[in-house]
Design a protein around this ligand. Structure first.
Ligand code: 13P
Ligand code: ZN
Length: 253
């Protein structure tokens, strides 16, 4: 069977970026077993031939209604699939879905009937909000970092502002894969590009999957610096407000 990526270099490049990021997540130790998920809005790369493609699955409910997603297409990591496998074989460990006209259900159209991530409600709710806001963001990432998951990070947030300018939103614990988690996530996303799912992991959004990854990476590095300093017996002071202002001016932040 022909892959949807064949003769579609722009679409193939997006899926390549997802595969590359999946490899980073595994190397970082943030993706045990099937931990974490990625979705990318690929609607801009969809042509008439894709629109005419017959589904390879039945229809599935999203669990919530998302009016902005009518006719949108997403590449999604498959549920129970490993990031380290997604890195090497993206179209066997992920699939392309089409949102149906009711804005409440989807079907899988390529390449294989790989059921999308169990966190689909949260991912699609984030995409719906990103479209509504007009920010042009196309990617959503959820991962299980080792060091971001500490409330010690909170005290490092001001120091991370230069590279993760909006800081980190906090979503109190909600059942994984629930619509409640999706709703709490998008409430935080109005202010932040990265949110912590308490006792679970983090979610990040960005113009593409690399930018979403970078924000989590920067926060994780801040947490590591803080924790390393603490383990050596001192409380790091971080940059002063004056130094932050200087950085902001120099880099136009
Ligand atoms: P999936 O394998 O369904 O993507 O779930 C992984 C995960 O991290 C759930 O929160
Ligand atoms: Zn998770």
């Amino acid at each position: 069977m022909k892959s949807i990526l064949e003769n579609r270099p722009a679409l193939a490049a997006e899926v390549d970026k997802v595969a590359e990021t999946a490899g980073y997540l595994w190397q970082k130790g943030w993706a045990e077993r099937n931990g974490g998920n990625i979705t990318v809005n690929i609607t801009e790369h969809v042509d008439d031939a894709i629109r005419a493609m017959e589904p390879v699955s039945g229809r599935f409910p999203i669990g919530t209604t998302l009016p902005r997603l009518k006719g949108c297409y997403f590449f999604c990591k498959g549920t129970n699939k490993r990031m380290r496998d997604l890195a090497r074989r993206p179209m066997e460990n992920g699939s392309v879905i089409r949102i149906l006209d009711d804005c409440a259900s989807y079907e899988i159209i390529a390449d294989k009937a790989v059921k999308p991530t169990s966190e689909l409600a949260s991912h699609l709710a984030m995409h719906n909000q990103m479209i509504a806001s007009g920010n042009g963001y196309k990617a959503a990432l959820h991962t299980h970092p080792i060091d971001v998951l500490t409330n010690l990070l909170w005290s490092m947030i001001p120091e991370t502002r230069a590279f993760c300018p909006k800081g980190l939103g906090i979503v109190p614990y909600k059942m994984p894969s629930s619509v409640e988690l999706a709703e709490a996530t998008i409430a935080q996303l109005r202010e932040y590009d990265v949110v912590m799912w308490e006792k679970h992991g983090v979610c990040a959004v960005g113009p593409d999957i690399f930018e979403a990854f970078d924000q989590v990476d920067v926060l994780s590095k801040s947490a590591q610096i803080y924790l390393t300093a603490r383990s050596m017996g001192f409380e790091p002071a971080g940059t002063t407000q004056e130094q932050m202002d200087e950085l902001k001016r120099a880099f136009n932040l």
